[in-house]
Design a protein around this ligand. Structure first.
Ligand SMILES: Nc1nc2c(ncn2[C@@H]2O[C@H](COP(=O)(O)OP(=O)(O)OP(=O)(O)O)[C@@H](O)[C@H]2O)c(=O)[nH]1
Ligand SMILES: [Zn+2]
Length: 314
């Protein structure tokens, strides 16, 4: 039996099917395959990997996925899609146009909360004055959520005020690992290319290497934004149909800061906030859009999701 080399630690920086690109501590990258089911890794995973025995090519094997701090994923009845692991925050980029789906936004935010990941919202295309004003208005509950400490909505105009936007984004991203998500047309590619010059070329090359020649961009990629490798951005496709099958209905309120804020005032500790007397959430819904109320849209998202998650689980 050929002698095997030592285990080394690395970070998964791209994945395509079962193939991964692993980056070592000194920045070297190489293609690795998982050894077994237990070593399936996603972008952001810290892994122990091993170089192949001499003369057997240069593709390594992932021997072990180290314990994750968190995993951002969506799940429906049929499948689970894992986006990335070990994140500091998720930046959801939407735009004045095309009009965004509030339900989709809310779902992504809940998925982040459920894993203890800080969400951040960017609203792009502020140059489209009227549609932007409408979108900004629709985001009112999100701008106020958690007394302004929790979320933040960053107004952006990525194609026009690139220097200003780069500086603003850097304030929020510096030193962190951030997953960027967004519906098609929101300006996600514009954002990635603004923050990581040459990202498109890098993506093409890695995709090609992982996909044995076929060109594809439908995979998740990790980019360093600085030479010191302290600030990372992860680009991932697949924002549509955000299933939350993994969130229990009774866990939902805690994952929606504007609802959670009032849930401690309920008479019953196991209040569903749907019909109970003495419910702090229902009282806050009556106060509607006042500073301390819950917006009708947000409550509808809560009650619809509660119903949906109650059905899908059993
Ligand atoms: N008006 C305006 N248009 C912008 C802005 N930023 C990006 N766009 C335009 O919006 C369109 C979509 O931008 P992309 O960066 O390709 O968006 P994407 O989210 O990557 O979209 P997909 O490639 O479909 O996933 C392009 O035509 C951009 O030029 C902006 O600040 N203002
Ligand atoms: Zn209640």
């Amino acid at each position: 039996m050929a002698e095997r080399s030592a285990l080394m630690e690395g970070t998964v920086v791209a994945s395509h099917g079962r193939h991964c690109m692993v980056e070592t501590a000194d920045g070297e990258r190489r293609i690795c395959h998982p050894r077994g089911k237990k070593s399936y890794a996603v972008v952001g995973d810290r892994v122990l990997w091993q170089a192949p025995p001499p003369g057997q090519g240069d593709e390594g094997t992932i021997e072990k996925v180290l314990e994750r701090r968190n995993l951002f994923y969506r799940q429906d009845e049929i499948r689970t899609k894992s986006f990335a692991a070990n994140l500091d925050q998720v930046l959801i980029l939407i735009a004045a146009e095309p009009v965004f789906s509030e339900s989709q936004l809310a779902r992504a935010l809940i998925a982040a909360e459920a894993e203890g990941i800080k969400p951040l919202i960017g609203l792009n295309k502020s140059d489209l004055v009227e549609p932007f004003a409408r979108a900004w208005e629709r985001l009112l509950p999100y701008r106020h959520m958690g007394a302004g400490t929790h979320y933040g909505v960053l107004p952006l105009s990525l194609a026009l005020s690139s220097d200003v936007d780069r500086a603003l984004l850097m304030e929020h991203l510096r030193g962190k690992t951030t997953l960027v998500l967004g519906p098609s047309g929101s300006g996600k590619s514009t954002l990635i290319n603004l923050l990581v010059p040459g990202a498109t070329v890098q993506t093409g090359e890695i995709s090609q290497a992982l996909n044995s020649g076929k060109h594809t961009t439908t995979s998740t990629h990790w980019y360093w934004m600085d030479a010191e490798r302290t600030t990372a951005l992860i680009d991932s496709p697949g924002f549509q149909e955000f299933g939350l099958h993994h969130v229990a209905p009774m866990q939902l309120a805690a994952c929606m800061p504007d609802i959670a804020e009032h849930a401690s005032h309920c008479k019953f500790y196991n209040c569903t906030h749907l019909h109970e007397p003495g419910c702090g959430v229902l009282d806050a819904v009556k106060n509607g859009s006042s500073a301390h109320g819950i917006s009708p849209n947000r409550y509808k998202i809560y009650s619809d999701l509660f119903e949906e998650l109650s059905h899908t689980r059993y």
